[in-house]
Design a protein around this ligand. Structure first.
Ligand SMILES: NC(=O)c1ccc[n+]([C@@H]2O[C@H](COP(=O)([O-])OP(=O)(O)OC[C@H]3O[C@@H](n4cnc5c(N)ncnc54)[C@H](O)[C@@H]3O)[C@@H](O)[C@H]2O)c1
Length: 333
């Protein structure tokens, strides 16, 4: 990622804590912050079903402090947050299906642990600057498109409910207790270091795996519209949100280029790969009740307030992502 030089003064020499730092977005964010001269501490529990992967920190292990630990362990949190200037709070359980089959774990991580880390901040570091990774999932099935931040919040699965609780805790603590929090509602984010072993993080991950292994991948439905943010753009949004006081106490959608149908995405992926095959299947019955249908974000609020907009188009995003996994496949399957 190009070094966002304008952000150097904000992060150089500053102490930054990233939760979920072995994960897809956390590890990419860590790389940028290290490049910007920040003193980065990461915490992650590296549960195998989640997106954390030791390979994600290749080349930066000696340039940050790494804590293998679980945010559900409340006793460890005060030490973690004390003395930090920034907290990028990205640890989460991300699978919608897992949140339905094991709702309590999702609640523990996306709900209770978020409250615990905010409590640790209130008691031990009240003026810390926090950026929380929220999700478009909290909107549920859109009433109209594109979806802006005033759209009703009606999550369709346990994960969406718990992420909404997590976001709400952040905003409440910002309003009442002075922890300065911003929530970014992410849409589908793709790029190097995402989980491709299965579809737990994103269906695009498993598509890429199967494509590179020479197997046909499955497109369910195919006519659903989606938008995609490339990882470098998502990282830029976190950095800009953390650096700008105008973002405190606010929520922002992230978005991507023009929305595409899943079938168009599959065609583009095959084209960019220079070959491959997919099959279209009807949407599995167990997923249908928690499907949100079409979604794409209106991200004009963050564009207006922070000057953020996505810069990498979908074709380039897929090209860069495929190139990474062609080199790194064995570390991710
Ligand atoms: N990737 C996306 O498209 C997307 C979309 C919307 C929202 N988000 C949000 O962004 C955040 C980061 O997502 P990601 O895609 O990088 O996922 P990820 O699974 O790659 O990263 C999350 C990390 O958190 C760690 N973690 C989970 N529970 C933990 C705990 N109790 N203690 C310590 N570490 C724990 C995992 O091991 C993992 O490394 C998540 O909160 C997710 O809800 C992501």
């Amino acid at each position: 990622m190009a070094r966002p030089l304008a952000l150097l003064p904000f992060y150089a020499g500053r102490r930054v804590l990233i939760t979920g730092g072995y994960g897809f977005i956390g590890s990419n964010l860590a790389r940028s912050l290290i490049d910007l001269g920040a003193e980065v501490t990461l915490i992650d529990n590296l549960v195998p079903e989640y997106g954390g992967n030791p390979r994600n920190l290749a080349g930066i292990v000696s340039r940050c402090r790494i804590r293998r630990g679980d945010l559900r362990d409340r006793a460890g949190l005060p030490r973690l947050v004390r003395g930090q200037h920034f907290l990028f709070n990205l640890a989460g359980q991300t699978s919608h299906m897992d949140s339905m089959s094991d709702p309590e774990t999702d609640l523990e991580i996306n709900g209770r642990a978020q409250l615990s880390i905010l409590e640790a901040c209130r008691l031990h570091n009240p003026s810390i600057r926090v950026v929380f990774a929220s999700t478009r999932q909290i909107y549920g099935k859109p009433d109209s498109l594109p979806v802006d931040e005033t759209h009703p919040l009606r999550p369709v699965d346990v994960n969406g409910i718990n992420k909404l609780a997590g976001e709400s805790f952040h905003l409440l603590y910002s309003r009442v207790h002075g922890t300065q929090a911003t929530a970014l509602r992410l849409t589908n984010t793709i790029g190097p270091r995402m989980r491709i072993r299965d579809a737990r993080q994103t269906f695009v991950g498993v598509w890429i795996r199967q494509l590179l292994e020479g197997r046909p991948f499955e497109v369910w439905g195919g006519e659903q519209l989606r938008d995609f943010t490339y990882i470098d753009d998502a990282v830029a949004a976190f950095l800009q949100a953390g650096a700008n006081p105008a973002a405190v106490g606010r929520v922002f959608n992230l978005g991507g280029g023009p929305p595409v149908t899943l079938r168009a995405l599959a065609d583009l992926l095959v084209e960019v790969n220079g070959g491959g095959r997919y099959v279209v299947r009807s949407f599995p019955a167990d997923r249908k009740p928690i499907d949100i249908g079409d979604y794409y974000a209106d991200y004009r609020r963050i564009a207006r307030c922070l000057g953020w907009r996505p810069r990498i188009g979908l074709r380039e995003a897929l090209t860069l992502t495929l190139a990474y996994y062609r080199r790194e496949l064995r570390h991710y399957v």
